[in-house]
Design a protein around this ligand. Structure first.
Ligand SMILES: *[C@@H]1O[C@H](CO)[C@@H](O)[C@H](O)[C@H]1NC(C)=O
Ligand SMILES: *[C@@H]1O[C@H](CO)[C@@H](O)[C@H](O)[C@H]1NC(C)=O
Ligand SMILES: *[C@@H]1O[C@H](CO)[C@@H](O)[C@H](O)[C@H]1NC(C)=O
Ligand SMILES: *[C@@H]1O[C@H](CO)[C@@H](O)[C@H](O)[C@H]1NC(C)=O
Length: 276
């Protein structure tokens, strides 16, 4: 207890009918973070008329950061497995973490304590999961160099190992492939990378004339790990017999496709920002 405060104790108790007005207004912590990345944890609080005594952050009940306005230094960090605090980028209501790993997953809690005599306190927590994102976009195996009307398509879409596994969708000319064309998803546990998963989705069908639009068939695989990862890979094949006066039409389609992807990314970013 801080001795200098004592003479004012009675005064404050009389002044404030309700010292329990302390509250955490907002905990800005992403529910999903990416392995290898950084994170900013934000704790917005309201102490009412009470001064701040200290603010603490803990993970799974172990304190890793403390801010005390009256202490020198004001900021201190403590060792907790999986938590690397970057003090240079931390402050009163923000803690910067770096080098996130699987061990950084857990329940993060911010607690604030008001000054003596009552040390009114409030805390709030949130579960954080650190995902391992694929290193690249989805990869397609088994593609032939060309397909025309009558050819059999039999390909698999996969990503490098991740945690959790990616989810896949196949599209033909921009429309979801019928479920009768799909096999899987198949899940593999990579032996050389513990705690990771690899999935693949197989697309198998006979290409017919109806699959070529103005002579072109576009196969697209989309891989997602919501809300952090969304990537696509696509290939376009031309059937020379069906291809008549198509150059102009295809050019337009290409433009539309890239707009759609941009839109998806924008929605995606919004979701990430909103921590959904
Ligand atoms: C933090 O700042 C101090 C002093 O400005 C500097 O010496 C140190 O290298 C910095 N640490 C990191 C990790 O950036
Ligand atoms: C996570 O923690 C386990 C057990 O403490 C340890 O063996 C492992 O090396 C840690 N992994 C990382 C990526 O820090
Ligand atoms: C796709 O995956 C399935 C299931 O693992 C496998 O049987 C098939 O041979 C694969 N096809 C290609 C082209 O890799
Ligand atoms: C294809 O293009 C040629 C030359 O541009 C034109 O004469 C012909 O009418 C077109 N055919 C069709 C089916 O649009």
């Amino acid at each position: 207890m801080r001795v200098t405060i004592l003479p004012f104790v009675m005064f404050f108790m009389w002044m404030q009918g309700d010292v329990d007005s302390v509250r955490i207004v907002e905990l800005r912590v992403g529910a999903h973070l990416a392995e290898g990345g950084d994170a900013l944890l934000g704790c917005v609080f309201d102490l009412g008329p009470v001064a701040l005594y200290s603010l603490k952050w803990s993970k799974d009940g172990k304190e890793f950061y403390r801010y005390m306005p009256q202490a020198v230094p004001q900021m201190r960090s403590f060792f907790v497995p999986g938590v690397v605090v970057d003090l240079n980028r931390s402050s009163l209501n923000t803690v910067a973490l770096k080098h996130l790993t699987r061990n950084s997953s857990g329940v993060y809690q911010c607690s604030v304590y008001g000054e003596a005599p009552d040390f009114p306190t409030a805390s709030r927590d949130k579960r954080v999961t650190v995902d391992l994102l694929p290193k690249t976009g989805p990869k397609v195996d088994g593609l032939k160099t060309e397909y025309h009307s009558g050819s059999y398509v039999d390909v698999n879409c996969t990503t490098t190992p991740s945690r959790p596994e990616a989810q896949f969708k196949w599209f033909i000319n921009g429309r979801p492939a019928p479920s009768s064309y799909l096999l899987g998803p198949y899940l593999v546990l990579p032996t050389n990378m513990p705690h990771t998963y690899q999935a693949k989705l197989r697309l198998k069908f006979q290409a017919l004339e109806s699959h070529f639009e103005q002579g072109a068939m576009t196969l697209k695989c989309q891989a997602t790990i919501p809300p952090l990862y969304l990537q696509e890979t696509h290939y376009t094949f031309y059937d020379p017999n069906l291809r008549k006066n198509t150059t102009r039409a295809q050019k337009n389609r290409g433009e539309i496709a890239s707009t759609t992807i941009l839109l998806q990314w924008f929605l995606h970013l919004l979701l990430v920002i909103m921590n959904i």
